[in-house]
Ligand binder design. Structure first.
Ligand SMILES: C[S@@+](CC[C@H](N)C(=O)[O-])C[C@H]1O[C@@H](n2cnc3c(N)ncnc32)[C@H](O)[C@@H]1O
Length: 270
């Protein structure tokens, strides 16, 4: 699978791509609009447009730092993208330089995007939420350099630029994006919210924005005309919600970043 996201996103869903492919390919509806209201690293939207599984994708994300990266790559001029790529290629990774960027107060969207990319690469687990710290030993003890692949990043940005006319990014609340397409039978919603249901803490630690009313989310999705796929940690509370709104539940196993096997749920609107 092509690695296209500029982020190493905590809770990223690359491993779920085969299921997303199956879900889209099993429907004859066309043209397909893919909607990813909790976009984060956006791997699902990137892959489905890149592979032509959907004709267009709408990504939504409420976090302004994350949004600055998507706006800079998808909605900005060639000059601004060149500026960003040059900053990435020329960045000299030292603790001093990293701290200067992370503690800086960028005024433009592109400078904010650069700060977000540095933070995402240099913070443990790619975590952007307050309280997260810098990588220490890192991969093979290479410290801050261990997740810094400037050429790869620039290559991914240039691939995304090539498919950008198929992708719309909005820095908005997920519920607003869901509402916009609620009467479209050809909308395919891929929903991956922060996992904060039933006292789960992961979502709180990983994301600055993590308050989601999961009951209202299910209720809203049950009322849309299009197709829906949600993904959640397997928990009794999530299963109960899925049952209440008459969604289908499928449990699948995945390997987390610590190489431990976990069960996740895929929930589909029948
Ligand atoms: C589990 S992550 C998504 C990860 C993504 N599927 C990926 O593969 O990278 C959830 C995302 O939802 C965002 N988020 C939280 N509340 C939101 C809201 N009300 N509207 C839009 N985005 C929200 C968080 O900032 C976070 O980026």
């Amino acid at each position: 699978m092509a690695q296209l996201s500029p982020f190493r996103y905590p809770g990223g869903k690359s491993w779920l791509v085969p299921e997303i492919r199956r879900w889209l390919s099993s429907s004859k509806i066309a043209p397909k609009i893919f909607i990813e209201p909790f976009a984060g690293g956006g791997i699902a939207s990137l892959i489905v447009t890149y592979e032509g599984l959907a004709n267009s994708a709408y990504m939504g994300e409420i976090d302004q730092d994350v949004a600055s990266v998507w706006i800079s790559i998808l909605n900005s001029s060639d000059e601004d993208v060149s500026w960003l790529c040059k900053k990435i290629l020329e960045f000299n990774v030292t603790l001093d330089n990293v701290q200067k960027i992370i503690n800086g107060k960028p005024r433009s969207i592109k400078a904010k995007a650069f700060r977000t990319i540095i933070k995402n690469r240099m913070h443990r687990g790619g975590i952007l939420a307050p309280g997260s710290g810098l990588l220490k030993a890192g991969e093979s003890n290479k410290g801050l350099h261990s997740r810094w692949y400037p050429e790869t990043l620039v290559k991914r940005i240039s691939i995304i630029r090539k498919i950008k006319r198929k992708i719309v990014f909005k820095n908005i609340d997920a519920f607003d994006l869901i509402q916009r397409f609620s009467h479209k039978p050809n909308a395919f919603y891929f929903i991956d919210p922060p996992y904060t249901i039933g006292g789960k803490r992961a979502g709180k630690r990983l994301y600055s924005h993590n308050e989601v009313d999961h009951d209202i989310l299910f209720q809203k999705l049950a009322s849309v005309t299009g197709s829906v796929m949600l993904t959640y940690d397997d928990s009794p509370e999530v299963r109960a919600l899925a049952r209440r709104y008459k969604f289908k539940i499928k449990s699948i196993s995945m390997m987390n970043s610590h190489n431990a096997t976990m069960r996740e749920l895929i929930i589909l609107k029948p």
